[in-house]
Design a protein around this ligand. Structure first.
Ligand SMILES: [Zn+2]
Length: 628
């Protein structure tokens, strides 16, 4: 899967609840121009946009006329690919403008219709181009090599073609492909069923908190009330939530088993031994990367246990329970930053990335790549879009004058720099980077911001807050997501071995994993029996296949690379540019290797755990000093 559009979140929120923000009472026309992006450089007017729209529609028709001719000679082979990628490039420009314009105010239906038109064109383009891969695959390797020898311009498509040929053994006949594609109508059922039952039809538990407050525990209320200071209340919240899932574990289980069987149906028919192999192969990621993640994290569980014991100490709790995990370690600190202060801070924060990087970030501020201020109807949240190739990426923000805003901007700037340098360094064909590397640059930026702030803030409270939130991020992203990855693997193995898989089996598998991770037996954190049903609460299992492990690997690689950048300086930065500029010119694993890390070794894990231990040393020192 290639990424040109990042909506980022390390949290398990998959449905964007409200996409339109209405609470601001500020209209876009009242926002000063300097806080708005300038998308008039893409198209000056809708008339110009319409001209390209018509050009694309005509080109799509012309692409269709090449069907059945690619294998005839090198000229036709080249021309087909040339036209296809040229349309795609123009289409990205067209849709970038439509989406950016629509997001400014989602209430304006004229802009929404630009959006819909470009989506429809995208579908038509996909359909028109659907002959390309099968035609390439129907040619023998000799003939393709001959074409490359004859027509030098084909070298631009070398990696693209070799990647299609790599999957030859797993590509079926046209008729079989058609059958697999149509099975999607059936195999999407578990996800649909889950969405309806989980969000709408499942009754939520109703509880009464110690102060008499009545709460219905939907997902939002659960996320809020599991963080309360009153320990009895948060215990009640977590127990009630998960015991409720126990009532439906057979339903959730049968549904998830259906999803896993669907995964296996595709993998088996595509001639893979396992779903894991099939999922990872789309980006040519070896299964050993996944195995290495899980075994390395197991090896490093003592570091998590140290954190859990520190957490217990800071919360003044004798025996930490799972329901204590979401209470903030320290009271949150109110950092205030307006846009200008945030920009100034980040230019300082990014200094370890070198002058080149800092000046590009400055350029993004000066040349209006970013839309900062929330206004009525504007899309909520934040994203970076590097879709169009010739100009520059755009960032949407909803700035609220706090540290969260600075941190989000740092993150989105990572995506933007990645897109900018990849677009600048690679041909359009190889410019879009894979999901596996997509969160590395963004996370490095957040890490640099955190490092910088820890050194800059004056009070112990502020330091503890920053260090504590950082550790919580490592716990939830690295350890928790890896435990999910392990659960996903275990349930798939059951189906692949032909064993039964019920909701009860899932609860047992899940409970064993969580007990191991959280050190139930060595007393680091007590995992009460109702935690066994938590898997039913995680929508990712039924909505995605082998996706969540990338949250974990991204943060591990980013932490390790940030450590190298801070310790080694420019030579490490230079290596990191291999990812920034790499696009998809090589497979993700090779790009990470070029950046100075081997995903199959323990190095990234060792560096990350050393960093985590260093942060805990810092915290313990502050706590000791405070006690004196
Ligand atoms: Zn992101």
């Amino acid at each position: 899967m290639k990424v040109f559009y990042n909506i980022c979140s390390y949290f398990l929120v998959i449905i964007m609840a409200t996409q339109i923000s209405f609470a601001q009472n500020k209209e876009r026309k009242d926002v000063p121009e300097k806080y708005k992006w300038d998308n008039s450089i893409i198209y000056k007017s809708v008339d110009e946009w319409n001209k390209d729209k018509e050009a694309i529609q005509a080109q799509i028709e012309s692409l269709k006329s090449f069907q059945g001719k690619m294998g005839k000679n090198s000229e036709l082979f080249y021309t087909t690919l040339r036209i296809y990628f040229d349309i795609y490039k123009l289409y990205y420009k067209l849709s970038d403008y439509a989406f950016r314009t629509a997001d400014e105010d989602l209430r304006i239906s004229a802009n929404q219709s630009l959006n819909q038109i470009s989506t429809t064109i995208g579908t038509k383009l996909g359909e028109a181009a659907s002959f390309i891969n099968p035609e390439i695959l129907s040619m023998d390797a000799e003939r393709i090599k001959k074409f490359f020898d004859e027509k030098k311009e084909l070298s631009e498509f070398k990696f693209y073609i070799s990647d299609i040929l790599r999957l030859r053994a797993h590509t079926l006949s046209a008729r079989e492909e058609e059958i697999l594609a149509s099975a999607g109508l059936i195999t999407s059922t578990p996800s649909e069923l889950h969405s309806i039952f989980y969000n709408a039809e499942k009754p939520n538990p109703k509880i009464k908190l110690s102060k008499g407050e009545q709460v219905e525990l939907n997902s939002a209320a659960f996320n809020k009330y599991r963080t309360v200071q009153n320990r009895k209340d948060r215990e009640l919240v977590m127990r009630s939530m998960f015991e409720n899932y126990k009532k439906y574990q057979n339903t959730f289980g049968a549904n998830l088993a259906g999803k896993v069987r669907g995964d296996y149906f595709y993998a088996k028919n595509r001639k893979y031994e396992t779903v894991l192999e099939s999922s990872l192969n789309s980006n040519n990621i070896p299964v050993s990367v996944y195995e290495n993640l899980i075994s390395q994290i197991h090896k490093n569980l003592p570091t998590l246990h140290r954190f859990l014991k520190l957490k217990a100490k800071m919360l003044g709790i004798d025996k930490l329970h799972y329901y204590d995990l979401y209470v903030p370690l320290v009271k949150s600190v109110d950092f205030k930053y307006n846009v200008e202060e945030g920009q100034k801070l980040l230019l300082d924060v990014f200094k370890p990335m070198g002058q080149e990087y800092v000046s590009t970030v400055k350029k993004s501020f000066d040349e209006k790549w970013i839309d900062y201020i929330p206004s009525n109807g504007k899309r909520s949240g934040a994203y970076s879009s590097g879709a169009q190739y010739d100009l520059h990426p755009y960032i949407l923000m909803n700035w609220t004058d706090d540290f969260e805003s600075v941190s989000t901007l740092a993150h989105e700037l990572g995506h933007t720099m990645h897109s900018y340098y990849s677009n600048k360094s690679q041909s359009f064909v190889d410019a879009q980077y894979a999901t596996f590397v997509a969160e590395i640059a963004s996370t490095i930026n957040e890490t640099l911001l955190n490092n910088y702030m820890v050194n800059k803030v004056k009070t112990d409270e502020e330091k503890l807050y920053l260090l504590g939130s950082y550790l919580d991020l490592l716990r939830t992203t690295i350890f928790r997501q890896t435990s999910f990855a392990e659960f996903e693997w275990e349930i798939h193995k059951k189906i692949e071995k032909g064993e039964p898989l019920t909701g009860e089996d899932m609860s047992k598998i899940y409970y064993d994993i969580v007990k191991t991770y959280y050190g139930n037996d060595n007393g680091a954190c007590i995992v009460d029996d109702y935690i066994a049903y938590e898997w039913a609460h995680i929508p990712h299992f039924v909505n995605y296949t082998y996706y969540v492990y990338q949250y974990s690997t991204s943060l591990i690689y980013a932490t390790a690379l940030a450590e190298k950048i801070v310790n080694e300086g420019q030579p490490a930065v230079d290596k990191f540019y291999n990812i920034l500029k790499g696009g998809s010119s090589a497979y993700p694993i090779d790009l990470i290797k070029k950046a100075g890390l081997d995903p199959l070794s323990s190095e990234a894990f060792d560096l990350t755990m050393a960093k985590m231990n260093k942060v805990m040393d810092q915290m313990e020192e502050i706590i000791k000093k405070k006690k004196k």
